[in-house]
Design a binder for this molecule. Structure first.
Ligand code: ATR
Length: 274
């Protein structure tokens, strides 16, 4: 039997993970299967347990189960611990469940691919939820100069910065961003894009040299990218590359080979525009 992998979520119908991982497998000559599995909202633990009991080799986890996946793991990485969320599961040699959160590494890889080296760059992240938690350590590890976490609810940003406890990380309210805030790279990690909205940021904070990344993605230009381009920003990217990047990191954990993301990303983009 070939090695079996899956992504768990609810809903899961529109997941692009099977396509991405099948492309990676083809590209690297790995024989494996990868399917999407719909777990009942109250039945994630049973579904995952059964999957691994039946010989499953590894799994991805998406909304709304990432926090539950974290709670199930015997062992997990620092990124997963800060995020309190896991998107990649496998078993260690003793059969214990291990978890990682590869979202942040996927983001960092895509940022570097799109915008160049991140070393010494000043980053500003909009939001302070799970998506932000997952990317703080990978950004610090790649050597950014500063991370400003700016959130609509200021207390959440302050608390997250305090939890990270690194002098390069500062929390503030969205409304405190101003022309005085150093920003080379701006990352929208709010969930505002889901409703086609844009976080309310003062216009004088935005300058033309900013490189702007939206973790959200869609077939058309996202609301955030549309808005920021109207402010004169020309270097922009949406989160589709992050999606492929996090998948590549999962694939590496499982198969110990590193797939190429660029060709898969352009195929995915093409599919979405159809
Ligand atoms: P995720 O796991 O996607 O990060 P989350 O944990 O629910 O989701 O966090 C959503 C984030 O988007 C929060 O930081 C939220 O701000 P608040 O903490 O003030 O709620 C932010 N957010 C959502 N909609 C927003 C909007 N329209 N403008 C600004 N921030 C928004």
């Amino acid at each position: 039997m070939i090695d079996r992998y899956a992504v768990f979520g609810n809903p899961i119908k529109h997941s692009k993970s099977p396509f991405i991982h099948q492309q990676f497998a083809k590209q690297t000559g790995q024989a494996l299967s990868y399917e999407k599995l719909l777990a009942p909202v109250d039945g994630f633990e049973d579904a995952v347990t059964l999957f691994f009991e039946q010989g499953g080799k590894g799994a991805n986890v998406t909304v709304p189960f990432k926090e539950q996946a974290f709670a199930l793991c015997r062992q997990c990485t620092a990124s997963a611990q800060l995020a309190k969320a896991v998107n990649t599961l496998w078993l260690d040699e003793n059969g214990n469940l291990v978890g990682d959160n590869t979202d942040g590494l996927g983001l960092v890889a895509d940022l570097e691919r799109q915008f160049g080296a991140l070393n010494k760059k000043n980053t500003v992240i909009l939001g302070a939820g799970g998506a932000v938690r997952g990317c703080i350590y990978p950004l610090l590890e790649i050597g950014v100069e500063q991370i400003v976490i700016a959130n609509r609810t200021k207390a959440k940003a302050i608390n997250l910065a305090a939890e990270v406890n690194d002098k390069r990380v500062e929390g503030m309210g969205l409304d405190e961003l101003s022309a005085n805030t150093d920003c080379d790279i701006l990352i929208n990690a709010t969930s505002s894009g889901v409703d086609g909205k844009v976080p309310n940021v003062a216009n004088d904070f935005i300058h033309k040299k900013i490189k702007a990344y939206d973790m959200f993605y869609s077939a058309e230009k996202t609301a955030f990218i549309e808005w920021i381009e109207q402010q004169g920003v020309t270097h922009t990217a949406d989160g589709l590359g992050m999606l492929v990047g996090q998948a590549a990191e999962s694939f590496m954990r499982w198969r110990k080979v590193s797939p190429q993301i660029t060709s898969v990303l352009s195929e995915l983009r093409q599919q979405m525009s159809k």
